[in-house]
Design a protein around this ligand. Structure first.
Ligand SMILES: NC(=O)c1ccc[n+]([C@@H]2O[C@H](COP(=O)([O-])OP(=O)(O)OC[C@H]3O[C@@H](n4cnc5c(N)ncnc54)[C@H](O)[C@@H]3O)[C@@H](O)[C@H]2O)c1
Length: 255
């Protein structure tokens, strides 16, 4: 299996893309620590994997805390003895015009999406450096590259992750550590549902959104998880410092 012998930490793993990735990694042979602030959901998610004979443990933290990120890594080391993969995926997406964003919203979005990922990387890097091996994957977004008028602060955090990725890839390549981003378009998760729910007719808004995609559908979390597994596997051994747009052709479109 692609990820046999690997130990993976996935944040935002209680649902959506993180849950799909944690599941796909476990199915590919990894032992997985599922991290989320939603204690009930992440514990149920890890239990569901364990019931299927897969190796998974929950870890309840808020990723905005540096010490909590260190506890997350200590837990992985205590239970599984190493950390080969860190997927910094947890995120929030308040949909606001900048003029309508409160200071609290701005600070929270930056804290979770960017600062939280930085703290996570800082917590895993000493372990990966001492192992002389590791893979970091950051969930960014196509919003890092193209303008989405409804999420200015979110877009800025995702652009920050793209820059973080390149810096870490260059600095830690000699330590045997790879770092890449995945940049999805619209994925059918709770985050997307909350965006559509703002519309007067959410079903019509979804159909309109789907019609903009050359493949005429939105991504499912499993579509993203397959790319994540590949990028974290040894099949991607020559890939680092790269951004993987996975958007069903949306940003290829001009007309
Ligand atoms: N859904 C999309 O269309 C889409 C598109 C591009 C990128 N993304 C990115 O993919 C990632 C996952 O998104 P999703 O759609 O699965 O979202 P989601 O809302 O379904 O899941 C996000 C998870 O992150 C957890 N989380 C949020 N803040 C946290 C914190 N401070 N500490 C710990 N856990 C926290 C939540 O509890 C939740 O389980 C995010 O980074 C998002 O920006 C999503």
């Amino acid at each position: 299996m692609k990820l046999s012998e690997k130990v993976a930490i996935v944040t935002g793993a209680a649902q959506g893309i993180g849950l799909a990735t944690a599941t796909a990694m476990a199915e590919a042979g990894a032992r997985v620590v599922l991290v989320d602030r939603n204690a009930t959901a992440v514990t149920a998610a890890a239990d569901n994997l364990a019931v299927r004979g897969l190796t998974a443990r929950p870890c309840v933290i808020d990723i905005t805390s540096p010490s909590a990120n260190r506890q997350m890594v200590e837990k992985a080391l205590e239970v599984f003895g190493r950390v080969d993969i860190f997927h910094a995926n947890a995120g929030v997406a308040p949909f606001h015009d900048l003029l309508a964003s409160s200071e609290l919203d701005v600070a929270n979005t930056v804290d979770v999406n960017l600062v939280g990922a930085i703290h996570g990387c800082a917590a895993v890097l000493p372990v990966m450096t001492s192992q002389k091996q590791g893979v970091i994957l950051l969930t960014a977004s196509i919003a890092a590259f193209v303008g989405d008028p409804s999420v200015p602060v979110y877009s800025a955090t995702k652009g920050g992750l793209v820059a973080l990725c390149k810096s870490l890839a260059v600095r830690h390549g000699p330590d045997g550590i790879r770092c890449n981003t995945i940049c999805p378009g619209d994925v059918a998760t709770t985050m997307l549902e909350s965006y559509l729910a703002r519309e007067s007719d959410p079903a019509a808004a979804r159909r309109e959104m789907e019609s903009r995609y050359p493949l005429r559908r939105l991504a499912e979390p499993a579509d993203i998880a397959k790319l994540a597994v590949f990028l974290c596997s040894d099949d991607a051994a020559w890939i680092t410092g790269a951004d993987y747009v996975i958007d069903g052709g949306l940003t290829a479109r001009c007309y």
